[in-house]
Design a protein. Structure first.
Length: 151
């Protein structure tokens, strides 16, 4: 073995990287771990591979594995489902009319939504009990506008 790692070393590195992926998932170390496993096979087939060639091939396999994931597998995992607002409670509130529970001062206050209160902001000061409509979500703050009844 005159290379960087023997095939056992690459396979151990692959197991370690995949183990890190299991502990802290992010879909990155998995693909680098797969590249290390491929290098394990390559160095098993060509045991006298020089260290520089091993490093270059590992980098190339790692980049290729990450790009393949990013281009082909990631879109499959992020497919739209029939409930796009599931687990997106704030986004589900857009368009709803809610009641101001804490007066808006300098354009910020609280609104009552169901059995809870949310921070809200609007362009104007609004009194308690006023009906407002949720028009957007900025972080965890609802953006509202006053609902004017047609006279």
């Amino acid at each position: 073995m005159n290379g960087l790692l023997g095939h056992y070393g690459w396979w151990l590195l692959a197991l370690a990287l995949i183990g890190v992926e299991m502990i802290a998932p992010g879909y990155f170390m998995l693909w680098i771990g797969i590249a290390a496993a491929v290098m394990g096979v390559v160095t098993w087939l060509v045991p006298a591979m020089p260290a520089l060639l091993q490093a270059v091939l590992f980098a190339a396999f790692g980049v290729a594995a990450c790009l393949l994931y990013w281009k082909y597998l990631r879109p499959l995992a992020e497919r739209r489902n029939d409930q796009p607002l599931l687990n997106r409670r704030g986004d589900r509130m857009i368009g709803r009319q809610v009641i101001v529970s804490e007066a808006f001062v300098n354009g910020r206050g609280k609104v009552k939504v169901g059995d809870g209160e949310w921070l809200a902001e609007g362009g104007e000061d609004v009194a308690v009990g006023t009906t407002v409509e949720v028009v957007a979500l900025r972080g965890t703050t609802l953006v509202v506008r006053t609902v004017h009844d047609p006279a």
